[in-house]
Write a protein that binds this ligand. Structure first.
Ligand SMILES: Nc1ncnc2c1ncn2[C@@H]1O[C@H](COP(=O)(O)OP(=O)(O)OP(=O)(O)O)[C@@H](O)[C@H]1O
Length: 415
């Protein structure tokens, strides 16, 4: 049974950039659903839409078949940064949601103590958040959501602020509670950028593509619990998702700075990646590459996307292969490497090409950064526009195509 649905929802903030386009999704009773995607693909926005905290620009959201306007009464939320009130004790933090529902104080206390026990915080009722470790704080976050006994538990990167061991421990405990009869909610929806976390926890994974956020892939995870990360069936699913996420980069068709944004990778990061690939004989499994670097997928993807966009490497399934251009760059002396990079960036990175062309046709080979930022603001929010320009300047400067005069705030053509 569908508990919460979104029907063809689209969302743009302030009428500008489209963050979600035509997303239809169901959260069903009995399932753990993971929303997976790169940073900025709209995962949090989609989750907040399910919670009724964000109103879609078009389309509708229903809870048990009824359209919702405003906060969804059937959900409890857990946030990445715990979102606890520091001046309240654990017990008071957990009771807070019940207070809003107008429950009598004895009933509030009974239910809060029960939720605190369930999540393993027994004995910490009177502690303040600052006295607790990160893992314990997030347990309070869980207790505060579960005490409401909501139909659905919505979690926005709940483990990503915790260290690796604490996160793994809490994930394991949450999943064993979920499979026990004691768990008070009927469904879980988890936002994550961590592929292994999604495969470890979810029954169904929806992968979002970015620019604008839309559903790129949906797959079910037919593995029994508890799940073993090293099992071949587990890694096969992880690899499948890696390949799908990488495929998105290769699929970008239109060649303009707004349609084909530059992945936020520095030349230094690219050189590191290509060097590592070279050292591994020119090909590497993305899954083990991420593991070898102790990277999360979010950290690795911009580098891989940038290497693929520039033509330094190719993604084939879940593998990254160095191209002959990548080898030329890697093997060359510095001046040759710079000119190889300049050629690749001009051919394959639309923003770099547009800047170089504009500077060539300008009166004195100089143009104010505001000129390019204005163009970029037509397609990106401020932060992303700045990041696009910074990436282009980094690439253009290394390739000796143009530089940036920070005093005059002008881009300057290199001769
Ligand atoms: N309230 C808002 N006002 C304007 N833009 C917003 C707002 N909330 C989100 N955005 C924009 O929407 C896009 C998607 O953001 P969202 O947080 O949903 O993505 P995400 O996939 O969860 O990313 P991350 O993993 O980095 O949190 C981003 O470009 C972000 O800048």
């Amino acid at each position: 049974m569908a508990l919460i649905t979104t029907e063809n929802i689209t969302k743009s903030f302030n009428g500008s950039q489209t963050v979600l386009r035509d997303v239809s999704l169901e959260l069903r009773a009995g399932e753990v659903l993971a929303l997976l995607g790169k940073s900025g693909s709209g995962k949090s926005t989609l989750l907040r839409t399910l919670a009724g905290l964000v109103e879609p620009s078009s389309g509708r959201v229903t809870y048990r078949g009824r359209a919702i306007h405003g906060a969804n009464p059937g959900v409890g939320m857990v946030f990445q940064n715990f979102a606890l009130l520091p001046w309240l004790t654990v017990l008071e933090n957990v009771e807070l949601g019940l207070r809003a529902r107008g429950l009598p104080s004895q009933e509030r206390r009974r239910r809060a103590v029960e939720a605190i026990d369930l999540i393993g915080l027994d004995g910490f009722e009177n502690a303040y958040p600052k006295e607790l470790s990160g893992g314990m704080r997030q347990r309070v976050g869980f207790a505060r959501a579960l005490v409401l006994e909501p139909d659905a538990l919505l979690m926005d990167e709940p483990f990503s602020a915790l260290d690796v061991l604490t996160a793994e421990n809490l994930r394991g405990e949450l999943m064993s509670l979920w499979t026990s009869a004691r768990f008070p909610t009927k469904a879980i929806c988890l936002v994550t950028h961590n592929i292994e976390e999604a495969v470890a926890m979810a029954d169904r994974i929806v992968v979002l593509a970015d620019n604008p956020g839309r559903i790129a892939l949906e797959l079910s995870v037919p593995l029994t619990r508890p799940r073993v990360r090293r099992a071949p069936a587990f890694t096969t699913i992880v690899d499948q998702i890696y390949a799908a996420l990488m495929g998105q980069a290769a699929g970008a068709e239109q060649d303009t700075p707004l349609r084909r944004p530059l992945p936020p990778a520095t030349v230094g990061g690219l050189a590191g990646l290509v060097e590592l690939l070279g050292a591994q004989g020119g090909r590497a499994d993305l899954h083990s590459l991420a593991a070898a670097l102790s990277f999360e997928v979010d950290d690795l993807l911009p580098l891989v996307d940038a290497a693929a966009l520039l033509g330094l490497a190719e993604v084939a399934g879940a593998e990254l292969l160095i191209t002959s251009a990548g080898e030329d760059w890697f093997d060359a002396d510095i001046p040759t490497a710079k000119s190889v990079f300049a050629r690749l960036a001009t051919a394959n990175a639309p923003l770099v090409r547009v800047i170089a062309d504009a500077l060539r046709t300008s009166r004195n080979g100089r143009l104010r950064d505001e000129f390019f930022l204005d163009l970029l603001r037509g397609g990106f929010p401020e932060h992303d526009a700045l990041r696009q320009l910074a990436t282009a300047v980094d690439w253009g400067r290394y390739g000796e195509l143009f530089s940036f005069d920070a005093v005059a705030r002008e881009l300057v053509l290199e001769e």
